[in-house]
Design a protein around this ligand. Structure first.
Ligand code: GP9
Ligand code: MN
Length: 417
């Protein structure tokens, strides 16, 4: 009941509040391009295979963007949809199942709904069945205005592969729809080509397969390279359509592409034996925040998808109370420099905790368990309170436009049924 929300709220208020960042409001009134890069992990960034860059375009984009090299996905079984949920709510997904399926009818204060107050139109572009991951229902709860799914795209034999429309085609066909949006807009794009088992047609492969003998691992690099090419073309289209200057771009990897079942091949590729420490480090996905007109900066802050909502809201200078968020502005000086993963692992400035073992974060050497104690409680509490909010649908007790909860305001407001 609302008392539980008050507990969760006081827990969140107990952690240091964001100090204003020097980028506060730098993108006020600008469009937001939010791009989910399917199954893209950070181990391919700035890396060559057979002397060829795996992600040449992203490697260049990073040079004049804010690139977070210690950014982790925090998804569970909900995969892409968990990433979408975490990013739009700054709440964790669930310990099992997909929150998009089990709790789409809850009350939320998602980013699209909050930006509506600021005059933004919000849209999702994704060339798959509209009902996949129960998105239609959850997008309503999030407050998205438009959802351009499969019916908006021309999909046929030659322009699709694997899970559907090829990414280069997807972005090409999306552009006229983007131009139809009222500005400013918050537009999310979900790519598809770089999806397990990473099938691509020879004419689309721009880099050879790796040679471990593990099929999906070996093919991963060609579909990653193709995704990179689709991003290059997309930025060219955005510039050609005069949308570049008045926009910011948030590109993120949604979750891992290569699971621990492929540790042998991964070990061969990285030339090391993959330990539980390495497996957590491999949960890093790219976060690239590109703000035209600003210089690039490589930022090593330990961070996660949970931080994206407060970061975007602060970049846009959105003052209204952000409600219950477990993440922190990535540009604030006192970001906690930590990330909690859905399975209870966590990464902090000096240690990394995985499978009941504490490691030195820099070296990967096992250290005494006490070294992880300072962060263990926060990791457990973050997940616990976030789960309570979802299982109890506690945000329905939030008063509109306020951080206050019903009981704190001591007003009798009957919660919406
Ligand atoms: C399906 C696409 C891929 O619409 O988002 O989903 P995933 O399997 O990565 O969650
Ligand atoms: Mn995905």
């Amino acid at each position: 009941d609302s008392e539980d929300l008050v507990d969760a709220e006081s827990y969140l208020k107990s952690s240091p509040q964001n100090l204003p960042s020097e980028l506060q409001g730098i993108a006020k009134g600008k469009n937001v391009f939010l791009i989910s890069l399917e199954s893209l992990q950070s181990f391919v960034i700035d890396r060559k295979m057979f002397n060829q860059e795996i992600t040449p375009f992203l490697n260049d984009l990073i040079e004049d963007s804010f690139y977070f090299e210690n950014f982790y996905h925090q998804t569970g079984q909900g995969k892409t949809s968990d990433a979408e949920f975490i990013i739009d709510n700054s709440l964790y997904g669930l310990p099992s199942g997909a929150v998009y399926f089990t709790h789409a009818q809850n009350s939320y204060t998602g980013t699209p709904e909050m930006l509506k107050e600021e005059g933004y139109t919000s849209a999702v572009f994704h060339a798959n069945d509209a009902s996949f991951w129960n998105r239609e229902l959850m997008y309503d709860s999030m407050g998205y205005d438009e959802y351009f799914a499969k019916p908006y795209y021309t999909i046929n034999e030659e322009n699709s592969v694997g899970w559907g429309l090829k990414d280069i085609e997807f972005f090409e066909q999306s552009m006229p729809l983007v131009k139809s949006l009222e500005k400013p807009f918050y537009a999310k794009f979900l790519t598809l080509t770089n999806h397990h088992p990473y099938v691509i047609e020879p004419e689309d492969a721009m880099i050879p397969n790796f040679t471990s003998g593990d099929g999906s691992f070996d093919r991963y690099f060609a579909t990653v390279r193709y995704l990179d090419e689709s991003m290059k073309r997309f930025f060219e289209e955005v510039k050609a359509n005069g949308l570049y200057e008045d926009s910011i771009f948030v590109l993120y990897g949604d979750h891992y592409g290569i699971s621990e079942n492929h540790n042998r091949a991964m070990g061969e590729f990285l030339n090391k034996e993959i330990t539980p420490y390495d497996s957590v480090q491999l949960q890093r996905v790219p976060l690239i925040i590109h703000i035209p007109g600003t210089d690039g900066e490589r930022i090593d802050t330990v961070s996660g998808q949970i931080d994206i909502k407060p970061t975007i809201l602060n970049l846009l200078g959105v003052e209204t109370p952000h409600g219950m968020m477990f993440g922190h502005d990535l540009f604030s000086a006192n970001h906690p420099n930590a990330a909690v993963l859905r399975n209870g692992s966590f990464i902090a400035e000096d240690v990394l905790y995985a499978q009941n073992t504490c490691y030195d974060r820099e070296t990967g050497v096992e250290v005494e368990d006490e070294a992880c104690d300072p962060y263990r409680e926060k990791a457990e509490n973050d997940l616990r309170y976030s789960d309570e909010i979802i299982y109890g649908d506690l945000l329905r007790f939030m008063l509109p436009d306020s951080d206050m909860t019903e009981s704190e305001a001591d007003v009798e407001v009957t919660p919406t049924p």
